[in-house]
Design a protein around this ligand. Structure first.
Ligand code: MN
Ligand code: MN
Length: 463
């Protein structure tokens, strides 16, 4: 390539062709920590817990709204155990705005209904209500583990985590055998498995006291096991959040180990880098930096632990007030990287993408100027000025990045938390890791992209 061509042409080469060997080594090392995080953080509650554990080791303390923190102070705010904010107070405090990296820690999964337990044809099952956008057929005939909390009659909380440890029992949604699937196979993919078919198999042994057969003995036996193990009664399941997720562990993918397969990359693959960027932020940042790991993105960000609620704005308001500032002025000068995944071009389904404007595995962290569907419906479209700023920041800090849209125009679409933060009059752009098989029980990401997300968020905080 001529020097002129090099100068004026966009470099879109694969990261493995552009990075030094030691940088690739650093990426792989970072991904080992990420894999551990994934396996300990399969639900939003577990992700909050794991993140706080990491943060406390880095000197973060619970946030007290009454305290005026000095530059360099490290605080966290736990919002109901389901979302969490980490902040490092900057030299300038919040006066020139704060720098926010916002990722989500909820993932598509199978929730229990409030009254889930029943028996039919000598099997015990649980009724479920799926959470987030799933292709239902992907969730059958797959080992599942149970995670969550139950609030008992007494008010006591019981934490559940069953199916992850070696030797634990696991659970499963059954599917019809191909031999009898003529009718099912004739249905469209979206209709073949219906929401009410996602019933979890949990037992096949009846309760027995003496010779006489008990009514609902299969269901009763499960209640006995739950009662023995956790002291739970049937009514306790009503005040509970019980989530079933794939038992699969995070693992390297490919002969070359260049990728990671796991449940829940969306969006832990941005949450972990955003968390670690706040942990590893060098020295005291100029402006206060905030990593928010939020809940409920997969269901539209509503609810008091989602970013359509005021909890982030209230936190910034507390910081602003402590410094005698108006929160609206702080927010208006603030900047945010909406740290969420994007689609990676899948060669098997490449007709769903527009190759010029798609992200590719291992070309670096993906930047999306806008999300949405149809004519950019429901998007927050980052300004050219802010795109320019982020692009320069990444270029100046050797962050490998690529630009992409989610897929072909008019084929579908999606959104992130960007618009909710933009509604606070903050400059926001989507920056995240490209994913293959997004929202499937097992998703794939490229290791270089995970590391470049971390480098990108860190550069954003340290600028
Ligand atoms: Mn996401
Ligand atoms: Mn998602």
């Amino acid at each position: 390539m001529s020097d002129f061509a090099k100068k004026v042409t966009l470099d879109r080469r694969n990261g493995y062709l552009r990075l030094e060997e030691n940088e690739i080594g650093s990426a792989y090392e970072f991904c080992e920590g990420y894999k551990t995080f994934l396996d300990c953080s399969k639900t939003e509650r577990e992700a909050v817990k794991t993140s706080i554990e990491i943060a406390e080791k880095h000197g973060f303390e619970p946030f007290d709204p009454e305290t005026k923190y000095a530059p360099g102070a490290k605080v966290y705010l736990n919002n109901r155990g389901k979302s969490v904010i980490f902040a490092v107070i900057g030299k300038n405090g919040a006066k020139d705005g704060v720098r926010i990296a916002a990722a989500h820690i909820d993932s598509p999964r199978i929730d229990l209904k409030p009254m889930p337990l029943y028996e039919k044809n000598e099997l015990a099952l649980l009724k479920t209500h799926y959470y987030g956008g799933i292709k239902k057929y992907q969730w059958t005939a797959l080992p599942l583990s149970m995670h969550g909390v139950v609030i008992k009659r007494s008010g006591e909380t019981v934490e559940l985590n069953l199916g992850e440890q070696a030797g634990d029992p696991q659970f499963c949604i059954t599917d019809l055998l191909p031999h009898l699937s003529q009718e099912q196979s004739a249905k469209t993919l979206g209709k073949a498995i219906e929401g009410e078919d996602l019933n979890i198999l949990v037992g096949s042994r009846p309760y027995r006291e003496g010779e006489e057969e008990e009514k609902n003995a299969y269901k009763l036996n499960i209640l006995k096991i739950l009662n023995d193990a956790y002291g739970i009664e049937e009514e306790d399941l009503i005040s509970a959040e019980i989530e079933f997720v794939p038992t699969l562990k995070a693992t390297d993918i490919g002969f070359d180990r260049s990728m990671i397969g796991s449940y829940g990359h969306d969006d832990r693959v941005c949450a972990y880098p955003a968390l670690m960027a706040a942990m590893d932020c060098a020295g005291i940042p100029e402006n206060t930096v905030i990593t928010v790991l939020t809940d409920k993105e997969e269901t539209g960000s509503d609810g008091n632990t989602g970013l359509n609620s005021a909890y982030l704005a209230y936190f910034v308001e507390d910081l602003a007030q402590a410094e005698g500032l108006e929160v609206r002025r702080v927010l208006s000068k603030s900047k945010c990287l909406s740290a969420d995944v994007t689609a990676a071009l899948d060669p098997t389904y490449d007709r769903a993408y527009e190759p010029m404007n798609s992200c590719y595995v291992n070309r670096g962290v993906g930047v999306c100027k806008y999300t949405g569907s149809r004519g950019k419906g429901a998007t927050s479209d980052a300004s050219a000025e802010f795109v320019g700023e982020v692009r320069k920041l990444f270029n100046d800090n050797a962050v490998l990045w690529q630009m992409g849209e989610l897929g072909r125009v008019d084929l579908g679409g999606g959104g992130t938390v960007a618009k909710y933060i933009a509604n606070l009059n903050v400059d926001v752009i989507d920056v995240g890791v490209p994913v293959l098989s997004m929202h499937a029980p097992f998703e794939i990401v490229g290791k270089l992209d995970v590391y470049m997300a971390y480098k990108g968020f860190k550069a954003f905080f340290e600028q």
